[in-house]
Design a protein. Structure first.
Length: 198
């Protein structure tokens, strides 16, 4: 795939610098053979991006279903610039897989939207163990590493967006130039000033 065509508009983008940012990683113990590979690669991605180990917190949960709640609790503390969610779901012979996949995906997305803290989705949803192994570092890269880089970029993007001046601050009109009436407080201050000067 070639480069994207230039839009001609300046873009606000995040960087891949984790320096000075705090991250939490929520990892499922279920299918640990896969999730531990995801975790090691996520840590590698964070450290390579400049994160310090003292700025990383690890939370382990029993299974993927528990990831959204732990991620939400971490995001609500206000301590983290992003949350990285790692797990592995393998399809079985029942509908259980579909229910869990939907709930985990919805829960992580809802937590990110409602808290305003970026959540990187590193939960593998695979048909079989072979696919999971491929996505945990064998043939198709490592989704833990990719989730870590997404978290770093989104944390940086959030700061870039927050530092943009608002349209209102660019067009401040001085009070004397506005055509609005003084408030009651302004009138009472003038009266108090007159009485003090007498």
């Amino acid at each position: 795939m070639g480069p994207l065509p230039a839009s001609g508009l300046p873009a606000i983008e995040g960087t891949l610098s984790a320096s000075g940012k705090r991250f939490a990683i929520v990892v499922s113990r279920f299918n640990a053979f896969i999730t531990e590979r995801l975790l090691l690669s996520a840590l590698d991605g964070l450290v390579r991006s400049g994160a310090k180990k003292k700025d990383l917190d690890l939370v382990r949960v029993p299974g993927a279903f528990e990831i959204p709640l732990a991620a939400r609790k971490l995001a609500e503390t206000g301590k983290y610039d992003a949350i990285i969610c790692l797990g592995c779901l393998l399809r079985g012979d029942t509908a259980h897989y579909d229910v869990i996949v939907n709930e985990v995906t919805r829960g992580i997305g809802q937590s990110a939207q409602e808290t305003g803290v970026p959540h990187a989705f590193g939960v593998l949803t695979c048909e079989n163990l072979e696919q999971a192994i491929d996505r945990a570092g064998l043939k198709m890269g490592n989704k833990g590493f990719e989730a870590a880089l997404a978290a770093v970029e989104m944390a940086s993007l959030g700061q870039a967006i927050s530092s943009q001046p608002s349209a209102a601050s660019k067009k401040q009109i001085p009070r004397p130039a506005r055509n609005d009436k003084p408030s009651r407080n302004d009138k009472s201050k003038k009266i108090q000033a007159k009485t003090k000067s007498k």
